[in-house]
Design a protein around this ligand. Structure first.
Ligand code: NDP
Length: 296
């Protein structure tokens, strides 16, 4: 049995962690709000750890899935921190959609303690996590990637080694920036068409059989906007963070990136207007409000 510790049982962390309740693994979980970990573990063989240090003790692989790299870095220190429990030879797999610079700092600190690090953010949403079909983008040494493969295979389907530490996070941020561009541009386009007398349903029927289609137009809008369901699966606050990382990666690389910078600004506005709990697709509500139309 492989000893796995999973820290961060949020919207996507919990369904990812659930795959490690299978007999091949010995699972320990930790969550900042203990009640969430207790609820997760009920009826499963998982052990609930009292602290990150307690969770790290005895684990071969520690997996983190927190909002940003800032929270992962903050978990390292102090008497209850991860570093107090991590043994040499352990591997920390960070599934947070984090930022490359902080990950390089975390990796350097862990290396001082003989602990390997790999950034391994995921794509595929809550349903992909439940079905174990996530895409996992990995940054770190090839040898570490080979070692973590059987672990991330529990929740992933497409497992890709993208480059050195930070490469997974950079790629994830750009992927999500593209999602943000699609959500925003599809909403603007449909609002303009609604004003021109074309219903959103007809517009999507045509776009989805034409060259402007995307996952956003084929799945998100029909299932979430037209129906007015707007389920809360991935917080707008987190997408705002991801686009901000992509914009930062572009600036650091001195890549002219007006579209990424503008998208980051727009999602910052939407995040502030709609609050911490809004789903990412609810950014559409802001465009509807500005345009005075409803895309339902
Ligand atoms: P949630 O907001 O649902 O959960 C966040 C988790 O982090 C909770 O377990 C929360 O604990 C914990 N947490 C928050 N702040 C701290 C802190 N300061 N110290 C310790 N733990 C903390 O986020 P998601 O699960 O949706 O997302 C997690 C990561 O996965 C993010 O980076 C996100 O961008 C990424 N992601 C999410 C997807 C999705 O569809 N939801 C898809 C792909 C990637 P508590 O219970 O105490 O609040």
């Amino acid at each position: 049995m492989t000893a796995i510790s999973f820290l961060g049982l949020g919207a996507i962390g919990a369904p990812m962690a659930r795959h490690f309740t299978a007999p091949a693994f010995e699972l320990t979980v930790w969550n900042r709000t203990r009640a969430r970990a207790d609820a997760f573990a009920r009826g499963t063989p998982a052990r609930v750890a009292a602290t990150p240090a307690d969770a790290a003790r005895g684990a071969a692989f520690v997996i983190t899935c927190l909002p940003t790299s800032r929270e992962v870095e903050a978990l390292l220190d102090g008497p209850d921190g991860l570093l107090a429990g991590l043994a040499r030879g352990t591997t920390l797999i960070d599934c947070t959609s984090g930022d490359p610079a902080t990950s390089r700092r975390i990796a350097a600190r862990l290396a001082e303690h003989g602990v390997d690090f790999m950034d391994a953010p995921v794509s595929g949403g809550v349903s992909g996590a439940e079905q174990g079909t996530l895409t996992v983008m990995c940054g770190g040494d090839a040898e570490v990637f080979a070692r973590i493969r059987p672990v991330i295979d529990a929740f992933g389907e497409k497992l890709v080694h993208c480059g050195p530490v930070g490469a997974g996070h950079a790629l994830k941020s750009v992927n999500n920036a593209l999602l943000a561009v699609h959500v925003w541009s599809t909403a603007e386009g449909l609002a303009a068409l609604a004003r021109a007398g074309v219903s959103p349903a007809v517009a999507l029927e045509v776009i989805n059989a034409s060259s402007g289609r995307s996952n956003t137009s084929q799945n998100l809008f029909p299932e979430r906007v037209l129906t007015r369901a707007f389920p809360r699966t991935f917080r707008l606050a987190l997408l705002d963070k991801d686009v901000g990382i992509a914009a930062q990666v572009a600036r650091e690389g001195r890549v002219p990136s007006p579209l990424l910078q503008l998208t980051s600004e727009l999602f910052g506005i939407a995040h502030r207007a709609l609050g911490e709990e809004a789903d990412h697709v609810e950014a559409v509500r802001l465009i509807e409000q500005w345009a005075g139309v409803e895309l339902g």
